[in-house]
Design a protein around this ligand. Structure first.
Ligand code: ATP
Length: 304
């Protein structure tokens, strides 16, 4: 089924004085997708998210949000960049109440306690946000966004400062939103988070898109990866690896590091098992996304 597009951006350019923050950026995000935006510092992620939120306008290009051209008030869009704006002297509950009052009546909106519960802040609902940690502020920002019943949720580094259980909770909330048709666009410097959450990713480098598409495509593209290989017989495994076409032993004595494309790695694993050698560990040293990120962003830097 083809889902309607929540974001359709074409050749978006945005400059700050002499700095070209976005340079001909295209972006497509369908409803119900969680789309990761990654890139080195200064790549343009926050600028792009700000445009999606309607906080600024592009200098040129075409941007459609939820089917409407940029310039109209982006109803159904919620989120934050550079951390959520909160009143420090108010409690979490009061912050959300103030926001609800500002937005005006919405009979279908979830209750304040409901969203606080969903992001795991109900226990601290009556604490002033002045004392909140970064992770708690991020979660309160997400709760505020949930109140708006977003069809497009835009989050800048939502996992910043979250402990593992907070992260799991936020992942759960975002996955549930996407299941119900909300498009989520988030930036992150954590490739493991992006891989855990997103089905598709855009890699930006110096304001340009160097990759945009399904995460699976990055893994499947012709890119050799280094794998950590632990077996029941490291010496025999090393010999077999060295004899397998397309596999290079990069390092290691006990735990080997081998470099290969997926088909060659499959051949090695089959040979190990047929040779009676148990495979105890086989993990990429860096994930396919991280490897692609480094390679693509390095290429972009080199081309400058
Ligand atoms: N308000 C602004 N005034 C001047 N320059 C800006 C402004 N906002 C962003 N820039 C510049 O635009 C470029 C892109 O910045 P942006 O914050 O979008 O990058 P980013 O990918 O979000 O970086 P980070 O990962 O460090 O948050 C940078 O060179 C930045 O210095």
């Amino acid at each position: 089924m083809v889902m309607p597009m929540a974001v359709r951006a074409r050749t978006i350019t945005k400059c700050f004085g002499d700095v070209i923050a976005l340079d001909g950026v295209d972006l497509d995000v369908a409803e119900g997708r969680i789309h990761g935006l990654v890139g080195p510092n200064g790549a343009g992620k926050t600028t792009l998210l700000g445009l999606l939120l309607g906080l600024a306008a592009a200098d040129s290009g075409r941007l459609e949000i939820l089917g409407a051209p940029q310039g109209r008030a982006p109803a159904g869009v919620a989120g934050f960049v550079d951390g959520p704006g909160l009143y420090p002297s108010l409690t979490a509950r009061q912050n959300l109440a103030a926001l609800t009052a500002l937005r005006g009546p919405d009979p279908g909106a979830p209750g304040i306690d409901d969203v606080l519960e969903r992001v795991g802040l109900i226990q601290v609902a009556d604490d002033r946000t002045r004392g909140f940690s970064l992770g708690m502020r991020q979660r309160l920002g997400l709760a505020a966004a949930l109140l708006a019943r977003p069809r497009l949720l835009v989050l800048d580094e939502p996992a910043n400062g979250l402990d593992p259980s907070g992260k799991r909770q936020v992942h759960r909330v975002l996955t549930e939103l996407a299941r119900n048709g909300t498009a989520v666009v988030l930036s992150s410097h954590r490739m493991d988070d992006v891989e855990a959450l997103c089905s598709e990713v855009t890699i930006l480098a110096t304001g340009r898109v160097v990759f945009s598409g399904p995460l699976a495509k990055l893994a499947a593209e012709n890119r050799e990866l280094d794998y950590r290989l632990g077996t029941s017989d490291p010496d025999a495994a090393r010999r077999l690896a060295a004899d397998t076409p397309g596999v290079r032993v990069v390092a290691g004595t006990g735990l080997l590091i081998v470099r290969a494309l997926t088909p060659a790695l499959d051949t090695l694993v089959t040979a190990l098992v047929q040779g009676g050698i148990a495979v105890r560990e086989l993990t990429p040293v860096v994930s396919p996304l991280e490897a692609a990120f480094l390679e693509l962003t390095d290429q972009q830097e080199a081309a400058r």
